[in-house]
Unconditional design. Structure first.
Length: 228
């Protein structure tokens, strides 16, 4: 499971699920020492051996809240001894936050381009909160239409969920987003939903993606990693 926070990705797993179980694991203290000294690996990934306890939970929550990640793009892989500890920690972590479910779409046109929105000066995909008694599929289509002005959107298939945390006022939110592949026509007029702080919409292809990518949210870059 991957949880995004600013430009940090927390990748939670357990030892037997590691592709390379012989990989060197470090402690939280060693991680902070390495970051303080600027010892960042070329892969930009650290592997921490952790356990399910209150002190670890507090450390990881403080870690993902740290503003230093705005200037770094790192993955910290938290490795648990077993699947039960892994699943228990995820539940403990989520219980700290207010949980919100959203849904959105990766919309492709007949040219193989994908629709992206500029939301609060960062590139993203159209999505929004699932309303009471609303299915995620219904919410995804509704939000795509509302945020982009599209009139005809075809729902194709479900994609993997993404998870990210952020602060809203004094509250910390854990957001789960249900993603769906969709299809729409490139000839339809696009109208950004200005009241939702969307200031631009564009169809993006393999040639224009490198221009967009640095200013896209990390979870969006992850979601689009196989698209181009």
């Amino acid at each position: 499971m991957k949880i995004f926070a600013l430009n940090l990705c927390l990748h939670l797993t357990w030892k037997h699920a590691l592709k390379n179980p012989q990989r060197t694991l470090i402690s939280y203290v060693d991680l902070m020492n390495d970051l303080f000294k600027g010892n960042i690996p070329d892969s930009r990934t650290f592997y921490l051996e952790v356990s399910r306890d209150a002190s670890t939970l507090k450390e990881i929550i403080e870690l993902q809240k740290n503003e230093v990640w705005r200037n770094l793009d790192l993955t910290i892989c938290l490795v648990f001894s077993g699947e039960s500890a892994y699943e228990g920690f995820i539940q403990d972590f989520r219980d700290y936050f207010s949980n919100v479910d959203t849904a959105g779409g990766l919309v492709e046109n007949e040219k193989g381009e994908y629709l992206m929105i500029l939301h609060r000066k960062r590139w993203s995909l159209p999505k929004g909160q699932v309303e009471w008694r609303e299915d995620p599929e219904e919410a995804a289509i509704r939000e795509v239409k509302e945020e982009t002005g599209l009139k005809e959107v075809e729902l194709l298939e479900k994609m993997e969920k993404t998870y990210h945390t952020f602060r809203k006022g004094r509250k910390w939110i854990f957001k789960t987003t249900n993603w769906y592949k969709m299809r729409a026509s490139s000839v339809e007029q696009l109208v950004p939903q200005m009241e939702e702080h969307i200031t631009d919409i564009r169809w993006v292809n393999a040639e224009t993606w490198p221009e967009i990518e640095p200013n896209a949210f990390p979870q969006i870059r992850y979601l689009l990693s196989g698209a181009f």
